[in-house]
Write a protein that binds this ligand. Structure first.
Ligand code: PLP
Length: 386
């Protein structure tokens, strides 16, 4: 029996890899120079570390120009910079922005905010398998459209979106394409040649919290209006002194992901298959939310007919999973993502997101599966709905 806490919420955040932390440490108290102070060796030492990190990020996402990587405070800022920045810079060209119903709140709210400035926001429907409806996109793109923003991998159900098809459609119409790849980078091969802007988060890829990056295409150059004014760092797109240790952290996290991604994906696939087989073999009326095939292995969203997701969590406090998305699970509203893919309201309330990642072991997965089966059976016996 495992008595320790089992972390299975890798979509909310990931632990910082010790290898990442070790690379960061010297940049706090010893190599603390301002990376923008190019007049002395302490500054250039920090600048070198920042530029190495930029290169490590660029390599992971196959960006051939390191200058296309802009450091930010996280994917929330990257998404806001991309969406608001494009909207304001290109507003003379048109006012339509297209996004999807299952984007992260920060994308939806950034778009929503722009309505106040006269932008026309179209929210694409998503099919019941959790994949964006391409036909709806085709219909929504008009000559006033300046930006399409669709995530690469969804954070609640793990589905992989048809980036290639969306990219082709955007290119055909001369529309810029931004993707929130916070849940994709380091897990699947992402290729920036398909997009114009891409958001990345440090703490979703075993790096530190408080750092992210935005890929902004340089050839041909994509322009942005910055969110705030200052010293003009990061090509004038994101002023402020860079946090050298955090930059080193996200860079190292990318380098490790690049080396280990392929093998890790296979390991997680096996864990996922083991887990799902065990659950489906032992529990009737459990449903996997999101497409069976077009998904990443580490994000499993299940609905357990007849009981509440919150109830299951209370029955197994040693296992950290999530019901609804972390940011909205304080409210009793069911997840808007599950709503968007037409999951029945009671089944949306009965859902759990179980996330596997780099430090998840076979033993933990076995324990979690048994525990979930036990708790679900117990709750169902007591449930009037069952
Ligand atoms: C976590 C997450 C974000 C927000 O990232 P932060 O770095 O925490 O700001 C945005 N989009 C997706 C898909 C995420 O999973």
């Amino acid at each position: 029996m495992l008595s320790k806490t089992i972390y299975m919420d890798y979509q909310a955040t990931t632990p910082c890899d010790k290898r990442v932390l070790n690379e960061m440490i010297p940049y706090f108290c010893e190599k603390f120079g301002n990376p923008h102070s190019s007049s002395h060796r302490m500054g250039t030492e920090a600048a070198k570390a920042v530029e190495r990190a930029r290169k490590q990020i660029a390599e992971l996402i196959h960006a051939d120009d390191e200058k296309s990587i802009i450091f930010t405070s996280g994917a929330t800022e990257s998404n806001n910079l991309a969406i608001q920045g494009i909207a304001r810079f290109y507003k003379e060209k048109g006012n339509r922005i297209i996004t999807s119903a299952i984007e992260h709140k920060c994308v939806l709210e950034a778009c929503n905010y722009l309505k106040n400035e006269g932008f026309d926001v179209v929210i694409l429907p998503v099919k019941s398998n959790g994949i964006v409806d391409i036909d709806a996109l085709k219909e929504a793109i008009n000559d006033k459209t300046i930006l399409v923003s669709v995530m690469t991998v969804n954070n609640e159900i793990g589905t992989i979106q048809p980036i290639d098809e969306i990219s082709r459609m955007c290119r055909e119409h001369g529309v810029l394409f931004h993707t929130d790849a916070a849940q994709a980078v380091g897990k699947i091969d992402v290729d920036v040649s398909k997009v114009d802007l891409m958001s990345i988060s440090g703490h979703k890829i075993y790096g530190p919290k408080g750092i992210g990056a935005l890929y902004v295409r340089t050839k041909p150059r994509v322009r942005l209006t910055p969110l705030f004014q200052g010293g003009g760092q990061e090509r004038g797109l994101r002023s402020g002194t860079l946090a050298t240790p955090l930059c080193v952290g996200i860079g190292t996290a990318c380098a490790i992901a690049q080396k280990e991604m392929a093998e890790e994906r296979l390991r997680l696939l096996k864990l996922k298959d083991y887990f799902l087989n065990k659950i489906f073999d032992n529990l009737p009326k459990v449903y996997l939310n999101g497409d069976r095939e077009q998904r990443i292995p580490g994000c499993i969203n299940l609905s357990f007919d007849g009981i509440e997701g919150e109830g299951i969590m209370l029955g197994m406090p040693e296992i950290c999973v999530s019901s609804g998305s972390a940011c909205t699970s304080a409210s009793l509203e069911p997840s808007y993502v599950l709503k968007a893919i037409s999951v029945r309201e009671d089944l949306a309330h009965s859902s759990l997101r179980i996330g596997f990642g780099r430090f998840t072991t076979q033993e933990e997965v076995e324990y979690a599966a048994s525990k979930i089966i036990e708790v679900v059976n117990r709750l169902r016996e007591m449930s009037p709905l069952w």
